[in-house]
Design a protein around this ligand. Structure first.
Ligand code: DX5
Ligand code: ZN
Length: 218
């Protein structure tokens, strides 16, 4: 089974960001996960598209961009131009989700749909065939450093069942509160990608944490 680790830059040392970008380039991490917030869909403010554009010059791995913004369809072109490789939009933030997903793909990016902890996976039944990723939020979005919501284990299984039933090739990504204690069970239940911020960047040896997380099911 494929196991992908996507460190979330929200927890990086933003003043000395190049140091963390270089560390991730050299590490076994697969992608850079970047959280974009709008003060409305979530109350926090983080980075804008210019941040991704600047990072792209130094980051040697795909940019996995998580939009926690209302009506994300307004910004698809801008995120493509600044170098996003994957664009995740929230189910709860899109009125015309089908059209938004088509537009992300037409712009040459991979498309993901994120669901908040309270949103059941079965609501993705009519879109699962069209997407590259299901992003299961295992915390309420907006902040790093929160506690993992245990119900997510079951949601990973639900997502796996739906994917198999609909013959979809979507990968399952889990985001929030991930540590070396829960990573193994998430992979075992069917997760393909784990996003992790605090656990990786608060460690004295982030490369080792990434390696252990990636190999945690063995
Ligand atoms: C939360 C973000 C996450 C967050 C993960 O809204 O989507 O990507 O940065 O950070 P940790 O691992 O600290 O929960
Ligand atoms: Zn995220």
């Amino acid at each position: 089974m494929r196991k992908i680790i996507a460190p979330s830059l929200l927890s990086a040392d933003l003043v000395f960001l190049y140091k963390d970008i270089k560390m991730l380039n050299e590490s076994e991490a697969d992608w850079f996960h970047i959280d974009i917030m709008d003060t409305t869909f979530v109350s926090n403010i983080s980075f804008g598209n210019l941040f991704i554009k600047k990072m792209k010059k130094y980051a040697s791995k795909p940019m996995d961009v998580h939009l926690m913004i209302l009506q994300p369809e307004r910004y698809i072109e801008q995120f493509k131009e600044c170098g996003a490789d994957h664009l995740h939009v929230h189910y709860e933030a899109c009125i015309h989700l089908n059209r938004t997903i088509s537009s992300i793909k037409e712009h040459g990016m991979k498309a993901g749909v994120a669901v908040n902890p309270h949103t059941p996976v079965f609501l993705l039944k009519e879109i699962i065939m069209d997407i590259d990723f299901v992003l299961l939020m295992s915390v309420n979005p907006g902040f790093s450093g929160q506690k993992f919501i245990n119900q997510t284990y079951k949601k990973v299984e639900d997502a796996k069942d739906l994917i198999l039933k609909k013959h979809s090739s979507a990968l399952i990504e889990v985001d929030g509160g991930i540590n070396l204690g829960n990573a193994s069970l998430l992979f075992k239940n069917g997760a393909d990608i784990l996003v992790s911020g605090t656990t990786i960047f608060s460690s004295k040896n982030p490369k080792k944490v990434i390696r252990r997380m990636k190999n945690s099911q063995k």
